[in-house]
Design a protein around this ligand. Structure first.
Ligand code: DAH
Length: 360
């Protein structure tokens, strides 16, 4: 009996002290392995007298079970501790803000679209969208540009192919964002305040023109909208967009089929020392076309011109992006040159907003 008590104390003690899975396995082999001390003792049972065996057998079996249970318990405790340790070191606070990595960047055109969306959203304008492949009704007729109107030629339109014998008018790649005015009026009715940034296409390619470029359309219709509100809206936009306190706009009488009266808008700027400054100097730069929406256009949008009126404008996004960020060549926008993108691009996680700042 003493021998069994000694074995029990020895192996329970070693089990308790084993500090990892390997040490524990060594204890198991020494006690219960094929050549383990307790296994050898069990083999001796055969040589005992029946009386001795009756006592030693159950005692050895009980010891074997007890040590086996102690080993398992210790293994479980070690596993738990290891897991605990891992959880401590691998802990991750998923509520932390992401770390910006110097990899991809936001293209200046996308950045400018985000910026102007933030500015106009603050003034109550929602973003409206329309298809880039447009019917010629939406692109022209609905905007009061009749089939024989010279504007159809001026727009250098890309026409889509129609199957031989199909005499319907062809679809076009939209030449401006103005058709989105019609779609938005049809979908929402009046009153309405929307902007529509997006791609437009014209068959034109030189230093200052690319066959695809970007515009943003604006439309505000209510019972009593006037040109004064158009002027305020555009001034407010320019101040916020160019991030200067002072801007001065000049409205020049002009003509567009879809507005009456119409005005082209120039912004005061200076080119002194080859450096462009908005809001000072003696130069003017044209940035957009605008006017009061023509009654025919309201009607095409399903809105009664005797009840409602409003203003519209269309602005070239590429142009104002070049002005704001000092980008000298329009064509660079479309070259996908990574070095250019890294230089002029913006961090993906810096979302432009008026409170946080538009550009950083
Ligand atoms: N659609 C015109 C263009 O592409 C720009 C424009 C001028 C849009 C006057 C308007 C506007 O909404 O009122 O040249």
């Amino acid at each position: 009996m003493d021998a069994i008590a000694a074995l029990r104390a020895k192996y329970l003690g070693q089990t308790d002290q084993a500090s990892d899975a390997d040490a524990l396995e060594a204890v198991r082999l020494a006690a219960l392995g094929k050549k383990g001390e307790i296994s050898l003792k069990m083999r001796e049972l055969g040589r005992m007298s029946p009386e001795e065996r009756q006592i030693a057998g159950p005692a050895l079996n009980a010891l074997k079970s007890e040590i086996d249970a102690a080993l398992r318990a210790r293994r479980a405790a070690l596993d738990d501790a290891a897991l605990e340790e891992r959880l401590k070191t691998e802990w991750l606070d998923v509520t932390l803000p992401g770390r910006p990595r110097p990899m991809g960047t936001i293209h200046p055109i996308s950045q400018v679209m985000d910026e102007l969306t933030a500015i106009f959203a603050d003034m109550g304008f929602r973003v409206a969208e329309g298809p880039q492949i447009e019917s010629d009704w939406y692109n022209f007729d609905a905007l009061n540009i009749a089939p024989e109107h010279p504007a159809r030629q001026e727009h250098d339109t890309f026409f889509m192919h129609r199957a031989a014998g199909d005499n319907r008018p062809p679809h076009v790649l939209r030449t401006h964002t103005s058709p989105v005015q019609i779609r938005a009026m049809q979908a929402q009715g009046a009153p309405i305040r929307v902007i529509a940034p997006g791609r437009v296409y014209r068959m034109d390619m030189d230093q200052t023109h690319t066959p695809m470029f970007h515009q943003v359309e604006g439309l505000a219709i209510d019972r009593d909208i006037t040109m004064a509100q158009l002027k305020w809206t555009l001034e407010e936009f320019c101040r916020a967009f160019f991030e200067v306190d002072q801007v001065e706009l000049r409205f020049r009488a002009s003509h567009f089929p879809f507005t009456e009266p119409s005005a082209e808008v120039d912004i005061r700027c200076s080119w002194e020392g080859g450096q462009l400054k908005i809001g000072e100097g003696n130069d003017w730069m044209e940035i957009l076309g605008s006017g009061m929406v023509h009654p025919h256009v309201l009607r095409a949008g399903g809105i009664d011109p005797d009840q409602w009126q409003g203003f519209a404008f269309g602005m070239g996004i590429d142009r104002i992006a070049m002005l704001k960020y000092g980008i000298p060549d329009l064509r660079a926008f479309f070259e996908s040159d990574l070095r250019w993108l890294r230089h002029y691009g913006f961090q993906a996680l810096d979302q432009p907003s008026l409170p946080a700042g538009l550009s950083r």
